[in-house]
Design a protein around this ligand. Structure first.
Ligand code: T4K
Length: 372
């Protein structure tokens, strides 16, 4: 096979460089670089409007937002969460001196299975931390019923769910808090960055204190906070990125649609099912490889891709519950996580991004169709 370039699982969307200069000139002229500057304030407002939420608090990255979110909610003891996620979800629980309790996932949505939550609740449980994995919404209704019944906080890791809506309503409006990531690999990026989303004004204030050393005034510190702020450079970039995000998502949707069309009828390969009431952001294109039906294992296919300089990724393998720091927890046992274990063995995220060309998709599909 001949190929002319490496294809990665994603490629960041960037605005025209010249369009960023006026923002930089303003920053250079005014010399206000961070600490709730004008671009920070504008970005928080414009982002809230764009997302259809009440309050946004910007962060230097999504992981810090997760850690502060747990602090702001005063979470202690045990937190029920999914093992099918990026390490940051679980690490944030650990960094808050809490114990992650892993719950199995749903085989269709790959999200935390609400029907498995109740049996994991103990007197120490204070919160549920689900992930809208690959931007596919969790069962927010069932999870809220359980959280309300047992008096638990519900904090969504929405790192993958920028712009996702359910029946026209932002998915970020469900639960007590939602966290977003604006990392380079995300559908909406500020190079690094993140946010917490809340509908509660007092919660927004508390979060803003916590991300700024706990300062509530020049000489008043209300809590032991950290430095989690987003600066003016990244905020300005975010403002500019907002102007392009709809067009980028539209282009990525076309890539997803082409994949879906070409993927029909391939024995042993299945794609994530989509619901009709959801507006997706198309940031990930996960497939499941059933080795018996397909004739190759997921890892064999992954390695063939690699030898052709196509870097599909096994998000999320291994499960977080298999990392040495968590594998001794009783909830990490395979018996507790049969579905997550199986999905982690079969999952492969194909390259997807706004500028992925049709010839590249054809190259990828030729490999899946074993044409080379
Ligand atoms: N919760 C969830 C569910 C998450 O998925 C994440 C992050 C977080 C929390 C934490 O949010 P942040 O603190 O990151 O804001 C990547 C990202 O680093 C990570 O942000 C992301 N999840 C995770 C799913 O993916 P890696 O180790 O796969 O990244 P890396 O460097 O291998 O990048 C993947 C590919 O993207 C590269 O092969 C090429 C391309 N790429 C990457 C970068 C960084 C570029 O083209 N340009 C770039 O600048 O973790």
């Amino acid at each position: 096979m001949t190929f002319d370039k490496k294809i990665y699982v994603t490629q960041p969307s960037l605005p025209p460089l010249d369009d960023f200069s006026p923002y930089l000139k303003k920053i250079w002229k005014e010399k206000w670089l961070t600490n709730n500057g004008r671009f920070h304030q504008e970005f928080e407002k414009e982002l809230a409007d764009y997302l259809g939420v009440k309050y946004v608090s910007l962060f230097c990255n999504g992981t810090c937002a997760l850690q502060i979110g747990l602090q702001a909610l005063r979470i202690t003891g045990e937190v029920i969460t999914t093992p099918f996620t990026f390490a940051a979800t679980t690490h944030s629980i650990y960094w808050n001196s809490c114990t992650p309790v892993f719950c199995d996932i749903d085989p269709v949505t790959f999200n935390l299975n609400p029907d498995k939550v109740e049996s994991l609740i103990t007197p120490k449980t204070t919160a549920i931390l689900p992930v809208h994995v690959f931007g596919n919404p969790c069962d927010v209704v069932k999870l809220k019923t359980i959280a309300d019944l047992y008096g638990l906080k519900l904090f969504y890791d929405a790192a993958h769910a920028f712009g996702v809506r359910k029946s026209g309503e932002s998915i970020l409006n469900f639960g007590d808090l939602s966290m977003l990531s604006f990392h380079a690999t995300k559908v909406f990026n500020t190079f690094e960055g993140g946010a917490l989303v809340t509908n509660d004004e007092t919660m927004k204030k508390r979060i803003d204190f916590l991300k700024n050393f706990g300062f509530a005034g020049e000489t008043t510190v209300v809590a032991p906070g950290v430095n989690g702020k987003m600066d003016e450079f990244h905020s300005a970039l975010g403002l500019l990125q907002l102007k392009h995000i709809d067009a980028e998502i539209e282009k990525t949707q076309k890539v997803a649609q082409l994949y879906e069309k070409k993927m029909r009828g391939i024995q042993g390969i299945s794609i994530m099912r989509k619901a009709s009431d959801i507006d997706y952001n198309y940031a990930y294109f996960p497939i499941l490889v059933d080795s018996e039906k397909y004739g190759l294992s997921r890892d064999e296919l992954y390695n063939i891709f690699r030898s052709n300089e196509i870097y599909a990724r096994r998000y999320f393998y291994p499960l977080v519950s298999n990392f040495p720091c968590y594998r001794d927890l009783s909830s990490s046992s395979i018996d507790n996580l049969p579905v997550a274990t199986k999905i982690a063995e079969q999952i492969l995220c194909l390259p997807i991004y706004a500028d992925l060309e049709t010839k590249d998709i054809n190259r990828i599909m030729d490999i899946i169709n074993k044409k080379d």
